[in-house]
Design a protein around this ligand. Structure first.
Ligand SMILES: *[C@@H]1O[C@H](CO)[C@@H](O)[C@H](O)[C@H]1NC(C)=O
Ligand SMILES: *[C@@H]1O[C@H](CO)[C@@H](O)[C@H](O)[C@H]1NC(C)=O
Ligand SMILES: *[C@@H]1O[C@H](CO)[C@@H](O)[C@H](O)[C@H]1NC(C)=O
Ligand SMILES: *[C@@H]1O[C@H](CO)[C@@H](O)[C@H](O)[C@H]1NC(C)=O
Length: 482
């Protein structure tokens, strides 16, 4: 724009042209609408709810040039559309383009839809990121003791929220944040890409998330959550770019996701030390299904290390891990309190791993010095079955807490192919109790071998969690407003 010099006289001419073209454009639009209606140019997708009203970000002055800030356009659009919450709900459509924006907040009975070539670009202007209080169950920010930057897409105290698209993209442009984090220059914790708190009936589906400054998807203090068809990509050395982190949430389904990241692909959490114990809100009834994960420095599925509100009834199946540090990892410490119990994992395939299984009661990493040394975590009922791995360095490293053994660990029908340069000792176990059957290489003695007949020794619940009965509706909208 700066290079375009227009004389006043030419401006007038341009104005006239603009008016004329607007009239023509309007006529064309009408014609186009009819044409579109006839060729039924529409978008269709499956969702927990369809909306009666739909508008485009361009209706609110949005500019998809990759340089103009759209923070205000998004917030104005969503505030305006919030009036339809009790009148069938609303959808905000984001067409193809590069939509630069800072943090904005969603509303209830609302869908944010990113079209195929739509890219939300996270602003690198720190003024576009409001600062919020730390989460009550954490007591402080992860990066810094003070507050935290609001997430790119944020929502609190909402119901019935959908963030979806035809595999549209949200690009966190994280390198700016990673560099400042490494230099110790951040006063507050880096923002997440998507965070919904105190909310229920949520769907996050069919999107690609790139280069998040920090965690990618963070539902917290929420319930009835469907995360489906999400591709998450961040450099494998980027700091804390966890994929999906259900945190003090109930009734959650995560399925058909592909995640490459610098931290855990899925990290299940529920608050930190004395803050998490006081808040006391567990994550429970969680299904993770058909996940493919590449995470060379972290886990495919991590439980903890912040688990002070408890983690219970997690079911994971049909999981693929490639070049990942560990398959399932339970991380806890003295002072965490809480529990991790009734964990069921089956049909996991692992290629090139450091530890297939890692459980540690010695993770450390405390919120502050005020943690209670008597607050011991209960780790109980951990079931792993029907798994195959190859290229593994250490089959399992299972370390409970002295005086607080981790109990009822069951591993059955698991075949682990060791890497050519694997450690001599395939299993190391301390302060754990449980059983094993049909495990190769043979499990440590603390997991008492039940013999080959007990190949199905480890449980996997046959019943369905409530989230399985959520039915998706087919929603369709005309694109004519574009
Ligand atoms: C949101 O809900 C939480 C938990 O119920 C409550 O403490 C908080 O005050 C609510 N916030 C707003 C903005 O309504
Ligand atoms: C979505 O886009 C990502 C990134 O381009 C791609 O890797 C992935 O395969 C796409 N997913 C679908 C379902 O088209
Ligand atoms: C996601 O995309 C797939 C493939 O295009 C489609 O079949 C499915 O209905 C979509 N699902 C959701 C929940 O949006
Ligand atoms: C053992 O695990 C493999 C790999 O997942 C599976 O194909 C097989 O059916 C399992 N065997 C039994 C007896 O369940």
């Amino acid at each position: 724009m700066e290079s375009l010099r227009i004389s006043p006289k030419r401006v007038k001419v341009i104005n006239v042209i603009v008016i004329v073209t607007s009239v023509v454009a309007l006529a064309n639009l009408r014609a186009a609408e009819c044409r579109r209606a006839r060729v039924s140019n529409s978008i269709e997708y499956n969702a927990i709810s369809c909306r009666a009203h739909s508008a485009s970000i361009t209706d609110f002055g949005g500019v998809g040039d990759g340089r103009t800030s759209n923070t205000k356009a998004f917030q104005v659009a969503i505030n305006k559309l919030s009036q339809y919450a009790k009148d069938g709900g609303s959808q905000l459509f984001v067409p193809a383009g590069k939509w630069l924006t800072g943090s904005f907040s969603l509303t209830s009975h609302f869908t944010l839809y990113l079209d195929k070539d739509a890219v939300l670009l996270a602003s690198q202007d720190i003024k576009e990121w409001p600062v919020m209080k730390p989460l009550p169950s954490y007591g402080r920010g992860r990066d810094a003791a003070a507050g935290r930057y609001g997430s790119l897409i944020f929502g609190t105290n909402l119901t019935d929220v959908i963030i979806t698209g035809d595999n549209g993209t949200i690009d966190g442009q994280g390198s700016f944040w990673w560099q400042n984090f490494h230099k110790g220059k951040l006063k507050y914790t880096r923002p997440y890409l998507i965070e919904l708190m105190y909310s229920n009936n949520l769907q996050i589906s069919n999107l690609t998330l790139l280069n998040s400054p920090n965690w990618n998807v963070h539902p917290v203090y929420s319930s009835n959550i469907l995360v489906q068809g999400i591709t998450i990509i961040a450099p494998v050395k980027s700091p804390n770019t966890d994929g999906i982190n259900p945190d003090s949430c109930t009734n959650v389904k995560i399925q058909d996701c592909y995640i490459v990241s610098g931290d855990d692909c899925v990290a299940v959490k529920s608050g930190w030390d004395e803050y998490g114990i006081a808040y006391g809100m567990p994550t429970k009834q969680l299904i993770i299904r058909r996940l493919t994960c590449i995470s060379p420095t972290s886990a495919t599925i991590a439980l903890g290390s912040e688990m002070s509100g408890g983690i219970e009834d997690v079911r994971a199946e049909d999981i693929t891990a490639i070049n990942t540090e560990s398959g399932v990892r339970i991380k806890t410490a003295v002072g965490r309190g809480g529990y991790v119990k009734d964990i069921y994992v089956r049909r996991m395939t692992m290629h090139t791993m450091k530890w297939a299984f890692w459980i540690t009661g010695n993770y450390g990493s405390h919120a502050d010095k005020n943690f209670d040394p008597h607050a011991l975590p209960v780790i109980q009922g951990i079931n792993y079955r029907d798994m195959v791995a190859d290229g593994v360095n250490v089959a399992a490293r299972l370390e409970g807490i002295s005086g607080d053994p981790f109990k009822e660990i069951c591993i059955s029908n698991v075949t682990i192919g060791m890497a050519p340069k694997a450690k001599k000792l395939a299993w190391t176990c301390t302060d754990v109790e449980g059983i094993s059957s049909n495990v190769s290489p043979r499990a440590c003695d603390l997991l008492r071998d039940q013999g080959p007949a007990k190949v199905t020794a480890c449980a996997f619940p046959p019943d369905n969690l409530p989230i399985e009965s959520v039915k998706l509706q087919k929603c369709s909208y005309r694109k004519s407003y574009m």
